[in-house]
Ligand binder design. Structure first.
Ligand SMILES: Nc1ncnc2c1ncn2[C@@H]1O[C@H](COP(=O)(O)OP(=O)(O)OP(=O)(O)O)[C@@H](O)[C@H]1O
Length: 487
């Protein structure tokens, strides 16, 4: 009987203590508290000190003296390890890095190096040929290789010589024979090999000791990513881009070193930062450009010398990739905050003048070539229209008929640009399409011999890849056959 009672005792308070009775705790008055209480004062001298009154009046408990217990006092602050931060420009260099050789690829025994006459010879058409080592260095110096192309898959950089290649190179040679300048725009659908066509033209030029000046990405000139400044005493005002021009001079110097060393100035150039007497080599003249300041003056002097009439000069090849970027209003602004037209940028003006046929004449002839791009291009309605018009006119002239209608301006569109039309009024147009099946077979045999294509190369495979690639569009063929191998 006692057990339930005992249990109840544990649960409830004993009957003697009323449950609802509030527990009142009488305040403790300790000597410590008494000591801290300010004494009643009647005079300012006796009043509690101000600091004490401010700091300790609110938090009675926290004002207790002595040591505080601090948890995790000796823990180290955690720093996330993110590795080394890339230095300025390192990411861009990595993105633009181009590998020209793959040690894992099988060397192709029948691959021969291109010679000075090979690209002009119609018998080379439909063959894959390697770029000689010296030319590789020159092409690399002028940034002709692109990171989007498949150079890093094969043992040696090699190209397919197309019918269009021999055609273009022969036109270049004809122009040099007549001491004229070939003015031509390479155009076509996406990844049809337009940049590669420029590379082949440059290869021919380097192999034949021409001087090559190449603008690898026209967008670098017009997207307001490099310094610019007005050129004094120009009307309408033109703008120089010293930093870009310095880079260009250095590329020209590295790529054309041998030819420049053998070509000499006609006149003295006292206007340059370093005095250049007449009969100095053009290499020495190019070497004067050490800093961005004054680079435009050096470039002008170099250009004047290269185009000096009556002088013994090598043929010149001037190339630019991404034409649409220089056939529109640029992203730069004048002091009046108006946008600057690309053709008011001095370097672009120099190029567009030669392309239009009104600029400097090359003493020994040469070529000015531009390539459009479909992967990275702004809309340039006037350029597209002008190229379509030239193509139609060309086709009518070749057939001696007028069966192809020359496209006309849209009367309801207001975005046409007269300056662009003027530049492209008399250029030749080379449209690139897919390669034929024989060329496709040659290229696929090279891929298979390099160990990059595992399939047997017969008519069936060639036709399959050729069809998959939209009738032999080169970039698409690579995608269809080599994509799995691409890093
Ligand atoms: N003659 C050639 N020999 C071998 N490969 C080629 C040749 N021409 C083009 N290619 C390949 O085709 C691909 C596309 O070439 P390229 O970059 O020249 O095209 P594009 O027409 O300039 O392209 P986009 O319109 O994007 O500017 C590249 O990967 C390149 O390796």
């Amino acid at each position: 009987m006692s057990a339930p009672n005992c249990l109840r005792c544990l649960v409830r308070p004993s009957a003697g203590i009323p449950v609802s009775a509030p527990r009142t705790v009488s305040p403790l008055v300790t000597p410590f508290v008494l000591a801290r209480t300010a004494p009643f004062s009647t005079t300012a001298a006796n009043a509690r000190p101000k600091k004490e009154a401010q700091g300790k009046s609110d938090g009675g408990g926290s004002s207790r003296g002595g040591k505080k217990l601090q948890l995790g006092k000796f823990k180290k602050e955690k720093v996330a390890d993110r590795g080394r931060t890339p230095l300025p420009g390192e990411r861009k260099a990595y993105r633009k890095r181009i590998t020209l050789s793959n040690d894992n690829a099988i060397p192709v025994p029948w691959l021969t190096d291109l010679g000075p006459a090979d690209l002009a010879d119609p018998r080379s058409s439909g063959k894959v040929m390697a770029l000689p080592e010296e030319v590789q260095d020159q092409l690399r110096a002028s940034e002709a290789f692109k990171a989007t192309q498949c150079w890093g898959m094969f043992r040696k950089p090699a190209v397919l010589v197309r019918k269009e290649t021999t055609d273009l190179v022969n036109r270049m040679e004809d122009a040099v024979d007549k001491k004229e300048t070939l003015r031509l725009v390479v155009t076509g659908d996406k990844v049809t090999g337009k940049s590669m066509m420029l590379l082949q033209a440059m290869t021919h030029a380097y192999l034949n000791n021409w001087i090559v000046i190449h603008v690898p990405e026209a967008q670098e000139l017009t997207t307001a990513c490099t310094d610019y400044a007005p050129i004094p005493n120009t009307d309408p005002v033109q703008y120089m881009q010293n930093v870009y021009v310095l880079k260009l001079i250095q590329a020209i110097k590295r790529a054309n070193e041998k030819v420049l060393a053998k070509t000499y100035t006609m006149t003295a150039h006292p206007e340059l930062p370093q005095n250049m007497p007449a009969n100095s080599s053009l290499l020495a003249l190019a070497n004067v450009a050490k800093e961005a300041e004054g680079a435009w003056a050096v470039f002008q002097a170099l250009w004047t010398e290269l185009t000096a009439q009556g002088a013994n000069r090598p043929p010149i090849l001037l190339t630019l990739d991404g034409l649409a970027h220089v056939m529109k209003v640029s992203d730069y602004r004048a002091p009046s905050f108006d946008l600057i037209h690309s053709h008011d940028l001095a370097l672009v003006r120099l190029f567009s003048d030669v392309l239009a046929g009104g600029g400097a004449k090359f003493p020994s002839g040469g070529a000015v070539l531009a390539a459009t791009s479909r992967s990275n291009a702004p809309r340039a309605a006037s350029m597209e229209l002008a190229l379509a018009q030239r193509e139609a006119e060309q086709s009518n002239k070749e057939k001696e008929k007028t069966d192809v209608e020359v496209p006309k301006k849209d009367p309801f569109f207001r975005g046409y640009d007269d300056r662009v039309e003027a530049v492209l009024r008399s250029v030749q147009v080379l449209r690139l399409k897919g390669i034929d099946k024989l060329e496709a077979r040659a290229l696929m045999e090279y891929w298979a011999a390099s160990g990059m294509l595992r399939a047997m190369v017969d008519e069936k495979t060639v036709t399959e890849k050729w069809t998959l690639a939209g009738s032999g569009v080169l970039g698409e063929m690579e995608r269809a056959a080599l994509l799995t191998m691409r890093v």
